[in-house]
Design a protein around this ligand. Structure first.
Ligand SMILES: [Zn+2]
Length: 351
């Protein structure tokens, strides 16, 4: 394993950011290669501790000569967001300097060619970081971007062109759900990882062996040793299932039995009023159409001071907020409905 340090120039003199990259060299040039990164949203740490638990497994495989395809690991992909504290609160989702989401605005290339990346020398530090992360990841057959939600199930976002070919990955990782999407106009890292292949001939794009996914490892507070160990096992199983690592002791993953739904089935459920949220449901709950989801206490102690929110259709609760203060219009939860959502906003990537 080789460790190198990446440096990203800051937006002022005498100021830069750095993060380590770990590389395992594969012994078989024909084997698929893999790229894993965590904490692009810098405060989302379940993937960071999963990688911490995975690294000894990779080192053992390397010592035993079982790493076939090369593996690049970036345990903490966002040193800019990692350093952002605002009035004592960590702010890892948006770049404070530009108000841009760290997982938006990645260049959507026409082909998987690093020569097509924009020159960000005169851009902002977050743009330089995005260009560098894409440069590190592009060309790998397997690209995993580890995130988490507020409170949620373990689930994957997967481009429809990779499904059901990626069902073995979902089974290997043991996630609860897979959300399929079609179009990314905002430039998520996942979108930037798969878009360059969408217009290539099938024999070049190789969707049968390609993996690109945003992994949502439950909620922001699910930073836990046992979960990290289980998630590391899942990542390892995926790498074995796809031939990156050889491990004859592992059996091939069974079929995926979790929930699979298109993005357009997700109801985001905006809060009708601002106030305190009393949730009636939690991630994983199955709800019927018309079921009570949450009550907003917006005028405490007054007649009519509570507003209830009901399920617009039957489905499964995928996520909910970790905070209990809500403002009007803010999304309260994600309900994966059995049918297409009537909400026009559904169908956009929300990781
Ligand atoms: Zn995220």
């Amino acid at each position: 394993m080789q460790k190198s340090i990446e440096r990203i120039a800051g937006d002022s003199e005498g100021h830069s950011y750095e993060f380590p990259v770990f590389r395992f060299e594969g012994t078989d040039k024909a084997a698929p290669s893999a790229y894993l990164q965590a904490a692009l949203h810098a405060g989302e740490l379940p993937g960071v501790v999963a990688i911490d638990a995975l690294m000894p497994m990779l080192k053992k495989a390397e010592a035993e000569g079982r790493i076939k395809g090369s593996i690049t690991v970036v345990p903490q992909a966002n040193p800019i967001g990692r350093a952002q504290y605002h009035f004592g609160e960590h702010q890892g989702r948006f770049h404070l300097g530009t108000r841009t989401n760290f997982n938006r605005g990645f260049p959507l290339l026409a082909a998987p060619d690093v020569e097509l990346l924009p020159d960000t020398t005169l851009g902002t530090a977050d743009q330089r970081l995005k260009t560098r992360l894409l440069q590190l990841s592009i060309g790998h057959d397997i690209v995993l971007d580890l995130h988490c939600d507020d409170e949620g199930l373990a689930y994957l976002y997967v481009h429809a062109s990779l499904w059901p070919a990626m069902a073995d990955c979902a089974a290997a990782m043991g996630v609860d759900a897979v959300i399929l999407w079609d179009e990314d106009t905002d430039g998520t890292f996942e979108g930037a990882s798969i878009t360059p292949y969408l217009n290539l001939p099938a024999e070049v794009a190789r969707f049968d062996r390609r993996v690109a996914t945003t992994v949502e490892y439950r909620g922001i507070l699910d930073v836990d040793g046992a979960l990290a160990g289980a998630d590391a096992e899942g990542l390892y199983r995926l790498l074995v299932a796809r031939g990156v690592i050889l491990d004859q002791a592992l059996s091939t993953p069974g079929s995926f039995t979790g929930l699979v739904a298109p993005l357009e089935n997700i109801d985001m459920m905006p809060a009708p009023r601002a106030g305190a949220v009393l949730y009636k449901v939690k991630p994983g709950d199955r709800v019927a159409e018309g079921a009570l989801l949450a009550t907003i206490v917006h005028a405490p102690g007054e007649a009519g001071g509570r507003t209830q929110l009901f399920a617009p259709q039957a489905g499964i609760i995928l996520t909910r907020r970790s905070r209990r203060i809500i403002r009007a219009g803010e999304d309260l939860l994600k309900l994966v409905g059995d049918r297409k959502s009537a909400d026009a906003r559904s169908g956009t990537l929300e990781d």
